[in-house]
Design a protein around this ligand. Structure first.
Ligand code: NAD
Length: 524
């Protein structure tokens, strides 16, 4: 076990306050304005760390460091780059437990999720892209092709035997901006392909979940990744994020976050002709046909709807059920949610999910529940107090008080029925432990409903008829459609959203394509 994290920079978890610092040019820095933001533990609602409230000046310094490092890093041979990235993965794996503890403290997700999903998959992101790069041969280093002979207007050959090939090169300094729901996982999903492809970067993690990103900088240094290749500036989106997006020396932006922010970034970056990828919000339909495997579908959807407090952009949040089984499904769904979904202290093994990430997000999710109650919809908070002694109170909007975690942002698994397809609850992303269930008449209506929102991120389809699965999946306007499964992620596969869920595709070679520019060279 490499003991890096607890030397100086990261104090003892749970006892001392963590102060996050910016990292650029291989050093840790105070924000130039000396200002810090409070960072809250969502399980208690108490401040447990300080985050730099950085400014444009900090961003400029970090970009200058990344720009300085680019010429050497981009021409370092790919085996060396991959070896350093593998070293970073090894260090992260050795320190997985500390990272998982902090991810849970910062985000509110269960320790089980942090260990088995977030940090484990952050390790895998580095390994996967390091391997992908070293495995690449001609396609990205200059494939040669004989050009077809062309003629001038008189029919005489212009040039015979010309040779054309493509040359893929890194783009330069990348701005990598990430959200709070899968903090280290989504940040490393960007850093890994970015740097293995030879770019340098300035990262801006979410202000709600910055701690594990700063911990990563310790490992970056220890792995021997050259100074200036990975830089981090912490703070607010409107200041740090916006300064990265508008900086003239940052030609590429990879952003994951909300659709409203994505629109703003698209508007800002378009006239600057930046290379952008936007992974945005979703309102993911699940289509349950009467011929599905009933028990498996029910269990999968109960677990999927409330995974990570419903704070995964891919979670199903509107479930459409074929009319013939609708009533039974709703009853069983609520009952199973009471049985399976335990809300509690995220460090406890028995908890299925923990608190929502922040007061502001909690207020937003609660406002949707209030709206549903005002509209007279059927709102069921799936908590059985007999089975859940740790729930010391439940409010009329489903807010929970958990013994030992008083002050935390906990909410009941919430199931809403009785609303129409056009309701805000069906159309807007809530991003919490709240699902709506609606009936459909037939396949055509199921597809129509699935496609009737502005989003197009993911969907699930549940049926035992293979031809129906393929037929329906192909008609759903969403970047990923899972049939009889959920969240199976193969990193070789393209990932991206349609409509208001995003622009661009990442994953596998698509990420490498995004993080490089391609040039055609013709030798006459
Ligand atoms: P957000 O848009 O509020 O913030 C995301 C990041 O952008 C943060 O780091 C934030 O500080 C920064 N930011 C905010 N304003 C900015 C600006 N003007 N310029 C530049 N950067 C700015 O999103 P969030 O609340 O952190 O995350 C939740 C959202 O992310 C949900 O909508 C969810 O669906 C989405 N999400 C999408 C995916 C995906 O792969 N499609 C994955 C995870 C989360």
């Amino acid at each position: 076990m490499t003991q890096i994290l607890h030397e100086n920079l990261i104090p003892d978890p749970f006892t001392e306050q963590v102060t996050v610092r910016n990292y650029f040019d291989g050093e840790w820095h105070e924000p130039s304005n000396g200002q810090y933001l409070d960072n809250y533990n969502p399980s208690t609602g108490k401040v447990y760390s300080k985050i730099p409230d950085s400014s444009a000046e900090d961003v400029s310094r970090a970009v200058a460091a990344a720009k300085k490092a680019f010429p050497v890093w981009s021409t370092t041979d790919k085996e060396t780059r991959a070896k350093l990235v593998h070293k970073l993965a090894d260090l992260l794996e050795e320190n997985l437990e500390a990272f998982a503890q902090y991810e849970t403290m910062d985000q509110g997700k269960t320790l089980t999720m942090s260990r088995n999903v977030d940090i484990a998959r952050a390790v895998y992101n580095f390994r996967y892209f390091a391997n992908l790069l070293t495995g690449q041969t001609t396609e990205h280093v200059g494939e040669t092709k004989y050009m077809k002979m062309v003629t001038d207007s008189a029919g005489a050959p212009i040039k015979a035997n010309a040779l054309s090939y493509t040359n893929r090169t890194p783009v330069g300094v990348a701005g990598l901006i990430s959200p709070w729901n899968l903090p280290l996982y989504l940040l490393t999903w960007k850093i890994a392909p970015c740097i293995v492809a030879g770019n340098t970067c300035v990262c801006k993690p979410s202000e709600f979940t910055s701690v594990t990103a700063m911990m990563l900088t310790r490992l970056v240094k220890a792995a021997g990744i050259p100074d200036g290749v990975i830089n981090m500036v912490f703070g607010l989106g409107a200041s740090v994020g916006n300064s990265i997006v508008t900086h003239p020396d940052v030609p590429l932006i990879s952003f994951t976050g909300g659709t409203v922010t994505g629109k703003h970034i698209a508007r800002t970056a378009a006239p600057l002709f930046k290379h952008i990828s936007l992974e945005l919000g979703g309102k993911n339909p699940a289509l349950v046909f009467a011929d599905s495997n009933y028990d498996e579908t029910l269990t999968s959807l109960v677990k999927a709807s409330f995974l990570n407090q419903g704070e995964i952009c891919l979670c199903p949040s509107r479930i459409y059920v074929e009319k013939s089984i609708y009533e039974r499904f709703v009853t069983d769904f609520r009952q199973l949610a009471r049985k399976l979904i335990r809300v509690g202290n995220p460090t406890e093994k028995t908890s299925y999910y923990g608190p929502l990430v922040s007061q502001i997000h909690y207020d937003k999710v609660q406002s949707y529940v209030k709206y549903a109650l005002e509209q007279g919809y059927d709102v069921d908070f799936c908590v059985d107090r007999e089975l859940r002694p740790e729930v010391s109170s439940i409010s009329e909007t489903g807010a929970l008080t958990i013994s030992g975690c008083e002050g935390g942002y906990f909410m009941a698994p919430t199931v809403i029925t009785g609303c129409s397809q056009k309701s805000r609850l069906v159309q807007e992303e809530i991003f919490g432990p709240v699902v709506v269930i609606l009936p459909f008449d037939d396949e055509a209506q199921a597809i129509e409903y699935a496609n009737d929102t502005s989003y197009g991120l993911s969907a699930t389809v549940w049926s035992q008829e293979q031809t129906k699965l393929r037929r329906v999946a192909g008609q759903i306007v969403a970047g990923t459609v899972w049939c009889n499964c959920f969240l199976v992620r193969n990193l070789d596969m393209p990932f991206g959203g349609f409509k208001s869920s995003g622009v661009g595709t990442e994953g596998g070679v698509h990420s490498i394509e995004f993080f490089t520019k391609v040039q055609t060279i013709c030798l006459g």
